[in-house]
Design a protein around this ligand. Sequence first.
Ligand SMILES: CSC[C@H]1O[C@H](OP(=O)(O)O)[C@H](O)[C@@H]1O
Ligand SMILES: Nc1ncnc2[nH]cnc12
Length: 289
Amino acid sequence: MTKRLAIIGGSGLYDLPGLTDTRWVSVDTPWGAPSDEIFLGRLGDAELAFLPRHGRGHRIPPSEVNYRANIAALKQLGATDVLSCSAVGGLRADLPPGTFVIVDQFIDRTFAREKSFFGTGCVAHVSMADPTCPRLGDHVQKRLAEQGVPHVRGGTYLTMEGPQFSTRAESHLYRSWNCSVIGMTNMPEAKLAREAELCYCSVSMVTDFDCWHVGHDAVTVDAIVKVLLANAENARQMVRGLAEDVAHDEHAAACRCRHALDNAIITAPAARDPEVVARLQPIAGRVLG
Ligand SMILES: CSC[C@H]1O[C@H](OP(=O)(O)O)[C@H](O)[C@@H]1O
Ligand SMILES: Nc1ncnc2[nH]cnc12
C-alpha cells in the first residue's frame, strides 16, 4: 500500500516549502469542506499532504474547525499517517516555551464540536485507551533528537473549548490533573483519526506557560507568535525527515491503529441505514463492505 504522510499544521504552520510536484487540491467530503485546500507534494519518494488547520491566514477559530471534514479529506487523499502540529501552553515548569511534547494522552473538555463520523443508523465505539500511534511517535522522537530540538516523549494534552485562554483557577485545576500541555484543537481530531483508522501523532510545541506560572500571569497572542515562528521552522525540518521514515516503514501495515474498527460497529447489519452506510464508505468502507 502506498504510504502518505499527512501534516495538519496548527497556529504558525500554514505552509510546507521545499516539496516537489506541488499543487493545492480542493476536496469535498460527506461532512462538508475541510479548513482549506490541501497541499500535495513529494520529498524524494515520499508523498505528503499538508492541511492548515485554521486555513491559510488563520481564518477559522478552534470551535469552528470542521474536524470531520479535515480527517475525511486526508483519508480520501490516501493518507495513512497523520502528524498533528499544535501550539500549546505548558502546564509544567519543566516544559518551557520551545519544548516539543510528543503527547500520548488527552483529556477532552470540549463541548461544542461534532465528535464522530458515526451516529444514528450506524453506531460505533472505538477504543481511545491509547489515542496516539507509538510507531509514528518513535519516528518523530528520532528526528527531533537528531535535530537537537528539546523534546519530551509522553504527556497529556488538555483540550479546552476556547477561544479564550483559561482562567487561572482552570489552569491550576488542569495542573492538579497532571496535564502536561493545554490547547484547543487536538480533540476531537484524535478521536476522528482513530475512527478513520489513521495512525495519529500529536507534536505539541510549547509557546507559553499558560497563566498558572508566576511571572507569566497573562497569555497573549503577541507573546505566543514570537515563539511560534521558531517552533514552526523546527517542525518543518522534522517533517522532511519524517516523510522518508514513513515512506520506508515496513511495520506500518501491522499497526493497531489501522484496525480500530475491527470490532467497533455495534449496529446490526440489518438495522443499518443504507444512506448512512454509503456516507461512511471513505472512513469505514474496509469493515462495512
Ligand atoms: C495562537 S494561540 C491559540 C491557538 O493556537 C493553538 O492552535 P493549534 O492547535 O491549531 O496550533 C490553540 O489550540 C489555539 O487554537
Ligand atoms: N496557553 C494556551 N492555552 C490554550 N491554547 C494555547 N495555544 C498556545 N498556548 C495556549
